[in-house]
Design a protein around this ligand. Structure first.
Ligand code: TMP
Length: 416
């Protein structure tokens, strides 16, 4: 069991009881015409590229923030999926740490969205199950010896797994639950497969940080939901689960790790109350907070275009560092193309030699593109700023500068 402080649950939940019928979904942000973010293209694919309108809404009932047009999961999560979680040293260490933490108390684990096995590789093959719809990655964990299901996480799959493998001590998911459209089905499937004293541990970028840092680039097709603890607890509770502890993490620009257990636990960790209180202070349970967020997003766009235009007029060479999904939202929303960003560098082999979705900026390897001619690098992968600035200390020492839009548009040099 995890460490928890005893506090009455009923007293706390009464503020979150619904009154169905009075509620609605209200749109607060329009990020314009956007492409599929993981669709890095070759030139001959430009013409057939798919676009949709990226609008964001607030559900006044559950307090959940979601995009209005959900993209067919198979268009994003398929055998050509390119995002490899073990690409960053920070994330490798992160998954090793949480594996060690969970293994102190638990044995049988199932991971939803196991990617390239960066978390599971710390578990015994006989005790761990991988669920991963992207066939290329499912093949990798299968070859590592883990029982792998190359399927989407659904109640149907959970029923099948229950018969074959029985209940699980831990169900874990990192940067995956916020990808799934139907959260009720997802949480019911977890509840079905979890031991009575089992724990569901999942982590995703936190809405609190997105709003606080104006990091609107966390919003894209693969992130149909942006989670507050308040909204998650509402959704989990209507599906037989409840949050018992929250850890605030620095990864991915600020994430929350949620520990949830079956309903009617009488012990809730203080961190749940703290997080909900700080979210309420920021207004995340009310529509008005999102209207002011939108104004900050529009200002961020104006400032970024202004900065890049000024640098271009000064004859500076500006590139982008990391062909991230996040930067796809920014480039398309702000209309930033190869006129303002010469090219993008990325360590992922599958992205190199291709073009960014929508704005069609070319992607090259860091060896090829991150050279002495670069004056400024926009941080597409701003969430790895520490790792990148350590790796690129030579660039900074010779006067090279990074540009970020988080928490506001600014230039950063050696003072990171
Ligand atoms: P993410 O922010 O969605 O995890 O994606 C990070 C992207 O940035 C991924 O394509 C790898 C790339 N990247 C680099 O090119 N260089 C780096 O030093 C790091 C940390 C990431």
């Amino acid at each position: 069991m995890i460490d928890m402080r005893i506090i009455g649950l009923k007293e706390f939940t009464k503020n979150y009881i619904n009154d169905k019928g009075k509620y609605m979904k209200k749109t607060f942000l329009r990020l314009g015409k956007q492409p599929i973010t993981n669709n890095f293209l070759t030139k001959h694919q430009f013409e057939d590229e798919y676009f949709y309108n990226l609008d964001v809404q607030f559900d006044t009932d559950t307090k959940l923030v979601s995009i209005t047009k959900m993209i067919d999961p198979e268009m994003m999560f398929n055998d050509e999926y390119v995002h490899r979680a073990s690409q960053s040293i920070t994330m490798c260490k992160h998954f090793e740490d949480i594996s060690n933490q969970l293994q102190k108390r638990h044995k049988k684990v199932l991971e939803i969205g196991s990617n390239d096995g960066v978390f599971l590789k710390h578990w015994n093959t006989g005790d761990a199950i991988a669920v991963e719809p992207c066939g290329n990655f499912a093949k990798e964990t299968q070859e590592m010896g883990y029982k792998t299901y190359a399927e989407f996480w659904t109640q149907e799959l959970a029923n099948k797994l229950l018969v074959k493998h029985g209940k699980q001590d831990v169900i874990y998911a990192a940067n995956c639950i916020c990808h799934i459209h139907d959260l009720d089905d997802t949480f019911r499937a977890v509840e079905l497969l979890l031991e009575e004293d089992g724990v569901f541990v999942f982590e995703d970028p936190s809405l609190f940080n997105i709003v606080k840092n104006t990091s609107y680039d966390q919003i894209y097709d693969e992130h149909p939901h942006m989670f507050s603890v308040i909204a998650l607890d509402n959704l989990l509770q209507r599906n037989g689960l409840q949050i018992v502890k929250v850890e605030n993490l620095s990864v991915h620009g600020g994430s929350n790790r949620i520990f949830a257990m079956k309903l009617s636990q009488d012990v809730i960790h203080e961190s749940v109350y703290q997080n909900k209180r700080q979210e309420e202070d920021l207004g995340l349970d009310k529509f008005e907070a999102f209207e002011s967020f939108t104004l900050r997003v529009e200002n961020s766009k104006t400032e970024l275009i202004k900065l890049l235009t000024t640098l271009k007029q000064q004859g500076k060479k500006v590139i982008s560092y990391g062909a991230t999904y996040k930067s796809t939202t920014i480039f398309n929303y702000c209309g930033i193309d190869s006129d303002l960003i010469a090219y993008v560098t990325d360590t992922t082999l599958d992205k190199q030699g291709k073009y960014t979705p929508g704005m069609h900026i070319s992607i090259v390897s860091p060896e090829q593109g991150f050279d002495d001619t670069v004056d400024y690098a926009f941080l597409g992968a701003w969430n790895f700023v520490k790792e990148i600035s350590t790796k690129e200390s030579e660039f900074l020492n010779r006067g090279g500068k990074f540009i970020t839009h988080v928490p506001e548009v600014r230039i950063i040099g050696e003072n990171i």
